[in-house]
Write a protein that binds this ligand. Structure first.
Ligand SMILES: C[S@@+](CC[C@H](N)C(=O)[O-])C[C@H]1O[C@@H](n2cnc3c(N)ncnc32)[C@H](O)[C@@H]1O
Length: 200
């Protein structure tokens, strides 16, 4: 399924990549399954004018597929240059395969904890990219941006850790608006789910 969807989009996003650098805070690359993205999009479709950010985008599956499905603007950031290089190649081959297709797609090589959230960005996606400490600093920085430019913002978490959930629910104004179980990937695994939080 993932191979054929990649092929249809003209991209290559499968596989894993351990990050052999710097810090145990940074998790390895593995793409969100398309079936999971389809569950999210069925439950909460992106809206015209949304600007999605994928924190730790790897080879770019989430920004490319989101822009393809909804014509929205999508930004992917990742600290790993090798993955980002593949994301750029994927963007080029996607544009060749789907010339008339939709939204703007932007990739940027940076550490998430250094990234300044832009006032037009309002949907933020996380598939276990990094440690709780980094997640906290990203969220606090995001809340600053939301205070400076008030707007509604959604956080989408796939396969969330208990630590992420506890932090969001105890220490931030984000409220959980939806839980989407993904039982078809692993029946007895309760972590196999998407949580959506909203503020504003
Ligand atoms: C589990 S993968 C998720 C890939 C992509 N978001 C998806 O769902 O298809 C986590 C990604 O986060 C990136 N990452 C880890 N720590 C990071 C950091 N501090 N800043 C930016 N990216 C980071 C890794 O390089 C890896 O590509």
């Amino acid at each position: 399924m993932d191979t054929s969807q990649d092929k249809y989009l003209g991209i290559r996003t499968e596989g894993t990549l351990e990050i052999l650098q710097k810090s145990a805070h940074y998790n390895r690359y593995e793409a969100t399954p398309y079936a999971v993205l389809d569950e999210w999009f069925a439950a909460e479709p992106l809206r015209p004018g949304d600007h999605l950010v994928d924190f730790g985008c790897g080879k770019g599956r989430v920004p490319i597929y989101s822009a393809y499905r909804f014509g929205v603007t999508a930004t992917g950031i990742d600290l790993n240059g090798r993955l980002l290089q593949e994301a750029y190649e994927n963007l080029e081959s996607f544009r060749t395969a789907h010339r008339k297709s939709g939204g703007q797609i932007i990739f940027e090589q940076t550490e998430a904890e250094m990234y300044a959230v832009q006032p037009e960005q309002n949907v933020f996606y996380f598939f276990n990219p990094f440690s709780l400490e980094i997640f906290q600093s990203v969220i606090f920085q995001m809340l600053d941006s939301l205070a400076r430019s008030p707007r509604q913002a959604d956080l989408i978490l796939y396969y969330p850790t208990t630590a992420y959930v506890f932090f969001l629910e105890e220490q931030t104004p984000f409220s959980r608006i939806r839980e989407i179980p993904i039982p078809f990937l692993s029946e007895d695994n309760e972590d196999e789910r998407i949580l959506i939080y909203r503020v504003g």
